[in-house]
Design a protein around this ligand. Structure first.
Ligand SMILES: Cc1cc2nc3c(=O)[nH]c(=O)nc-3n(C[C@H](O)[C@H](O)[C@H](O)COP(=O)(O)O)c2cc1C
Length: 326
């Protein structure tokens, strides 16, 4: 698979996930089979003015190859931010976020708002593609309030004409946020209207759903997002299923416990946030891994008030070992 001049060894990527896919999460995903990932999204204003990228742009030799994503509304600001970013890291490509549904983001003219103002989106693409020496890509939604396939095709074609090297398409409108059905027909419309690679995004929670995305849309690849939460093995599962048509066995409880504990140790090692927010993140991920095992509801209650990592780790060991003894 090629994006611009860059060759990438997989067509199944770990999606950009702000607040989730930090270095600790990406390292765990890569150990379990992910071959390509995104840094968390970076707001171009915080890149230019505040240098708030300390955690976001953390580099690690095991966390490559990787893409970066910028959020912004103004072509000059986006270029200024991209230049600062490229002094710090060397991503395989740089993505423009035209998908973020958050009200504050949309209110500032960036994220999914760019779907309503494609002329500005195209100007950003043109600015970055003509001034930077790496492929520029775009993450789109399939609409803002509703889906207009003709308009969507026009937006996608405009992105290609201004220099986009690939498109990532979340098959929901901005107003759907993360709920409701993914519209495969709309993603297919994007795929059919351009010649650059198109990746589908939305509800890739299993190997079968990854295949469905590729088959129904004709897309060149897919982004795994929420499906990787508590399930970093999904990348290997998808790859195996696409190659053989067979499912890999579920990871054992012992493996789940080991990987979860390693994930928490990476959070402790790599996050620079306050202890309370680190603990919040650790609890959040622990719940994702434990979700499908017996007694998970009790586990949720038991960890709600926990304030220090060692008591959380103790509870995790208790629940996994308790389940295994039954
Ligand atoms: C917590 C969270 C954070 C996200 N952050 C970003 C982001 O920073 N940039 C982006 O383009 N998409 C972001 N997304 C959207 C995902 O990349 C993906 O397109 C979307 O979740 C649909 O895929 P899914 O249904 O498989 O989760 C985020 C989604 C979630 C749930």
């Amino acid at each position: 698979m090629h994006i611009g001049s860059s060759e990438i060894s997989t067509n199944i990527f770990l999606a950009p996930l702000a607040g989730v896919a930090d270095l600790s999460f990406r390292l765990i995903a890569r150990e379990a089979g992910a071959k390509f990932a995104f840094f968390e999204m970076i707001d171009c204003n915080s890149m230019i003015h505040a240098g708030k990228d300390k955690d976001i742009l953390q580099l690690h030799s095991e966390d490559l190859p990787i893409a970066a994503q910028l959020l912004g509304a103004d072509p000059d600001d986006m270029l200024a931010a991209a230049k600062i970013l490229l002094q710090k890291v060397s991503p395989t490509f740089l993505d423009i976020n035209s998908a973020c549904p958050v009200r504050k983001v949309v209110g500032k003219g960036s994220g999914a708002q760019l779907m309503r103002e494609p002329v500005r989106l195209w100007a950003i693409i043109e600015k970055l593609a003509s001034n930077l020496d790496l492929p520029i890509t775009v993450k789109l939604r399939v609409g803002f309030k509703q889906i207009d396939l003709e308009d969507l095709a026009r937006i996608a074609q405009g992105c290609e004409e201004r220099g986009a090297a690939a498109l990532f398409v979340h098959g929901r409108t901005r107003d759907q946020l993360y709920h409701g059905q993914v519209n495969y027909e709309a993603i297919k419309t994007v795929k059919d209207s351009v010649n650059i690679p198109v990746f589908g995004s939305g509800d890739i929670f299993s190997a079968e759903l990854a295949k469905k995305m590729l088959v129904e849309t004709g897309c060149d690849g897919a982004l795994v997002a929420r499906g990787a939460l508590g399930n970093p093995w999904i990348f290997k599962e998808i790859e195996h299923y696409l190659a053989t048509g067979e499912r890999l066995p579920e990871p054992t409880l012992e493996e789940k416990k080991t990987v979860l504990l390693r994930h928490l140790s990476y959070i402790q090692q790599y996050r620079h946030s306050r202890p309370t927010s680190k603990m919040g993140l650790m609890r959040k991920h622990a719940l994702c891994y434990v979700k499908k095992i017996p007694y998970s509801a009790k586990f949720r209650q038991n960890i709600t008030g926990l304030k220090d990592p060692s008591s959380l780790i103790k509870k995790i060991i208790e629940i996994f070992d308790g389940v295994q003894e039954k």
